[in-house]
Structure formats: C-alpha cells, structure tokens
Design a protein around this ligand. Structure first.
Ligand code: F0G
Length: 450
C-alpha cells in the first residue's frame, strides 16, 4: 500500500469556524497585521506552532483521571519517572512546566558572564536563557544548513571542526557545556545523526566538557536516523532514542512537542550534585521536585505520551505528512528548506517576493496573505522574528504541523491556498512596523501595509 494513513481514528471532534474574506480582512487590520494578536477562534488551520497544540490519545485522557495530586511523592510522579528513566537512562528527572523552565534552571547553574555555550542552533528561548545568565550563545551548524535548497540527510548536524576551534580559541574552562538541538528547529526541523553526536561527544570528552541535548523532538530525530543513517534501518526507534540519550550528560525537553502533551517539560541529569542544585532552583520557582509546576494528571499524560511517540506507525505518519506538504509546495514552485523537517515546512518568502526588501518583511507579507486568503495561520521566521539587531539569516515562513490534529484533507486545503497564492505573489505588500518593541518583538509588533 502506498498511502500512509493517519494511524488513529477520531472519537472527539472540535468544530472549526469558517470566516469570510471580508471578516478576515477586518480581523487582520484589528490585529495590526500580527497573527499572534488574532483570536484562535478566527483561525481555520493553525500552523503557528507544533508546541502544545497536539491531540492526546484516549489512553492519555484515561491516565489523567488517575492523576495523583499529592504534593510530594505522588504516584503519578513515580510512573512518569520510571517511564523517562527507562526511555532515556537518566537517573535524575526533574519535571518542569515547559522547556524554557528547564533551560532557565540549567543556565542559572552552568551559565554566567564570560562563559560560551555552543549549540548547532539555539532555539530563541535557549539563546535568551543563555544570554540572560550573562553567557554567550554560539551557533555552529554545518555549512549546508545555510543553503535552503541543498539536500543533506542530517542538515541539523553540528560543525565539529568549528566546535573544536571555538573551544581552543576561548579555552575549555569557559565552555561549561555543549548543546545539540534535536531536531534543529531554527535550522528547519532538521535531524542530527548518531555519527555527528558521537563526534561531538568525543570532542567534548577531549576537553572535559559535558554534552547536553535540547531534545524536544527526540523521537522525530530518531526516526530520521532509522530512515537515513547507514546501518540503522533494522534497529528500533526505542534503541536509537536510547543511544542518543546515552551520548549525553543531560537534556532539556519541552514535552509539548514529542511528549505529546499540551503542557510539560523536564530537565534530565546524570550528575547528583548538579541535580541537587537544580532541584533547589526548581523548588524556588516551579514547585517541589516531584511535580515541578505540573499537576499529577499532567505527569500521567506525559508518561503515556512518551510511550506513544516512539511507536513507528505514528512516526511514519508524522514524518510523511510533513514531507507530503513539502513536496506539494515544491511542485508548485515554492522554494522551501530541503528536505522538509520533522515538524514543519519552511517556505522561503524572500525568494517568493523579491519585490519586498527584508526591511519590509516579505515573510510577514506571506503570513498575512495566507490568513487573508484562506484563514491559515503561520509563523514568520525572518526579519521580524530575528529583528533584535542581529541580521536575519533568511526570510522564511514556518508551517508547523500540530501532532495528530489535522487530516490529509486539511493539508490539501493548505496546498490549494498556496497554489492560488503563487500567481498573486507580486501583489503581496510589504509592511512597516509602527511600534518598536524592545524584546521578542514578533509577539507584540504592530504593522501597517505599504
Ligand atoms: N527548544 C526548542 C528546540 C524548541 O523548539 C522550543 C519551543 C523550546 C526549546 C522551548 O520549549 O516552548 O516548552 O518552553 N519551541 C516552540 C516552537 C515554542 O514554536 O518552535 P517551551
């Protein structure tokens, strides 16, 4: 059989609300042409993020009814702990409310002025937490990562030579840890190979530097390893996941992605002394070490989600449905980051709209066109997103696919919208930012169409 079907059926539905083009025009204007300001009820297909937007299974919902809400030592914590330990091998498992809470604790402990933290590419909250601690965040992706059209099976890999050069240049004592983000979200949702992780590990070992994973999308990464890395095809995703984690000294995870939950995260550690200090910081702002800012029921949902996400029929559907969207958009003539990532397709709005200079935000123009035309919400990842003084590496629009939420006909609708927009691309208008937010401006910026 050629068709990879959604490996689930639907027993609870949530209606979508159709709007007219005139209504959307009005909504877009009221939102200052910033899609973050649009109420979700006015969005038809929401591809803003794959984070916390997935659907839970019947077993996850059933698990929630068993949530033990004891303050300390809840049964739900122990179930969650055993599942995480079995999956990842980490002895110290700190639950947090989401990924960035784990990052805040980790960099408060290991960051600080004068320190330098390498990563294949920092996600924006990771970079913000590194910099908030006073440290410097350095991105070291392989050169292929900069070229959208170049096909590379592991375009998320870290440039190992540049890593070693950086360590020699600044001195190992200034590098408190090295991070690798799997999959590399900011670089297009691209995977990192086991071979690359082993090479990074060996550089870290040579200089006595701990290696941490930002493992939000660990299962998608492991599945790409199974599909694309020589010698991995006959291994189970579970084994590959375990090998990825075995190569690391710790991990930060947002369970809102491959935990298949709407809220939750964790910080995983091997070092007892570090785990004790992290536990104290967890108590300071998140909650006691056996719940970390979550309800017992959330821990149950995560424990079950972590089991479902490594099921290979799920991963085959997941990776294929993103690839399907990517293939269709390429066939229409859109330039996208190749190959499609595990969670998202990135469309090059700069290439699509050469008549709109970066200062007039071609990505935002495409995002507005998608909403106006079809009620689709996407994320600009270009000069609005990166616009805090650093030059944007490119003018992309990310179409992130929530997990287990949309069917193939929803995706076909998105493809149709792109097909209709392609011949109209030269009518897209650039935008002018009318306020100048100091930080994280993509959330609060307001625009006028030129
Ligand atoms: N690391 C990566 C690679 C991420 O993609 C995210 C979140 C985080 C860390 C932070 O996790 O949101 O739970 O605090 N990414 C979302 C996105 C927001 O849309 O890509 P969080």
């Amino acid at each position: 059989m050629k068709t990879i079907i959604e490996p689930f059926r639907i027993k609870m539905v949530e209606p979508l609300r159709l709007t007219t083009r005139e209504e959307r025009e009005e909504i877009l204007r009221a939102a200052g042409f910033n899609l973050f300001n649009i109420p979700a009820r006015d969005v038809l297909i929401d591809l803003l993020t794959d984070s916390g937007t997935g659907a839970m299974s019947s077993l996850q919902w059933a698990g929630m009814m068993q949530g033990d809400e004891s303050y300390a030592g809840a049964e739900s914590f122990y179930r969650f702990y055993e599942r995480v330990r079995e999956l990842t091998g980490f002895e110290y498992v700190l639950p947090t409310h989401q990924g960035r809470a784990s990052e805040r604790i980790l960099f408060e402990l290991l960051g600080g002025r004068g320190k330098v933290v390498p990563n294949n590419t920092h996600f924006d909250t990771t970079r913000a937490n590194v910099e908030h601690s006073g440290a410097e965040a350095v991105d070291l992706p392989i050169p292929e990562a900069h070229s959208p059209e170049v096909w590379h099976p592991f375009k998320g890999n870290m440039d190992v030579d540049r890593l070693e050069a950086l360590i020699r240049e600044v001195g190992a004592q200034r590098v408190p840890l090295c991070m690798v983000t799997v999959t590399n979200n900011a670089g297009g949702g691209q995977p990192v190979s086991l071979e690359n992780l082993r090479a990074v590990r060996s550089v870290c070992d040579r200089y006595g530097i701990p290696l941490f994973l930002d493992a939000c999308r660990f299962a998608e990464n492991a599945y790409f390893i199974k599909l694309r890395e020589p010698g991995q095809r006959d291994r189970s995703v579970r084994e590959i996941v375990r090998e990825m984690f075995d190569l690391a000294d710790g991990a930060t995870i947002s369970a809102k992605k491959d935990g298949l939950v709407n809220i939750g995260g964790m910080l995983l550690l091997r070092d007892r002394e570090l785990a004790e200090r992290a536990g104290s910081l967890l108590i300071l702002t998140e909650g006691f070490v056996t719940y970390g800012g979550l309800a017992g029921r959330d821990l149950e949902a995560m424990a079950q989600g972590l089991e479902e996400v490594i099921q290979e029929d799920y991963l085959a559907y997941r990776v294929r449905s993103v690839e399907y969207l990517g293939e269709k958009l390429s066939a229409l003539g859109y330039r996208t980051i190749q190959p499609p990532g595990g969670h998202a397709v990135f469309v090059d709005a700069g290439a699509l709209c050469p008549h709109i200079p970066p200062a007039q935000f071609p990505g935002q123009a495409l995002v507005c066109a998608l909403y106006r035309h079809a009620g689709i919400r996407a994320l600009e990842v270009g000069s609005v997103f990166h616009g805090d003084g650093r030059a944007a590496p490119w003018e992309m629009v990310r179409l992130a696919i929530p997990r287990r939420v949309y069917t193939q006909s929803h995706i076909d609708y998105v493809v149709e919208a792109f097909a209709e927009l392609y011949p109209q691309r030269f009518s897209f208008r650039g935008l002018r930012m009318v306020n100048r937010p100091q930080m994280l401006r993509h959330f609060t910026a307001r625009f006028e169409e030129l």
